[in-house]
Design a protein around this ligand. Sequence first.
Ligand code: DX5
Ligand code: ZN
Length: 217
Amino acid sequence: MSPIIAPSVLASDFANLQSEIIMINESQADWIHIDVMDGVFVPNISFGMPVIKAIKKHAQKPLDVHLMIVQPERYIETFREVGADILSVHIEASTHLHRTIQQIKASGMKAGVAINPHSPVSLLQDVIADIDLVCLMSVNPGFGGQKFIEHTYHKVAELKKLISERKSSALIEIDGGVNQDKAKPLLEAGADVLVAGNFVFSAPNPKAVIQRLKSIR
Ligand code: DX5
Ligand code: ZN
């Protein structure tokens, strides 16, 4: 099976957002990855609801929204209204994660949980059967263009084991520093979804890069 490819618009040209979304529509990408940062949970501020709404107007693929914000439970309904299809919250930012997951699903979205490089995969054991996606951070969240943390390979394998033990149908998404070299071993370890920001958008031909990632395996 070929991987799900989710280009991250954080690395796109915000002054030409419509043409960037059209490029993704025309490419072999499966999802559009959208990074929301609040300057509190992470040391950077990206964009919020109005920008997602504008993206949704042109997007022909599901919006995979990655919330890097404190108290994400306050905004579940709002993100659904602006067009999120998949909504991921950070385990480190969620006090009542189980309830938040149920609320995301009840509002009609797929529920994801994102985990930072320092958080062990075992923290997910009591929610893994309830969720659709684990966003495994392979960099410390906050910025695009960072170096991939090699320990991620072990975490993918551990997570794969946990998913099968708990009979979960959660997909494993890798977020941060993904490029052509990392993609193959990640897929071999059990990854299902590859997020790619700079690797796609800094290339002279982003569609060709997406096509190359898509055809690995
Ligand atoms: C990092 C974000 C990532 C980022 C990935 O905080 O969650 O989605 O956009 O960008 P690259 O692929 O450039 O590391
Ligand atoms: Zn992300």
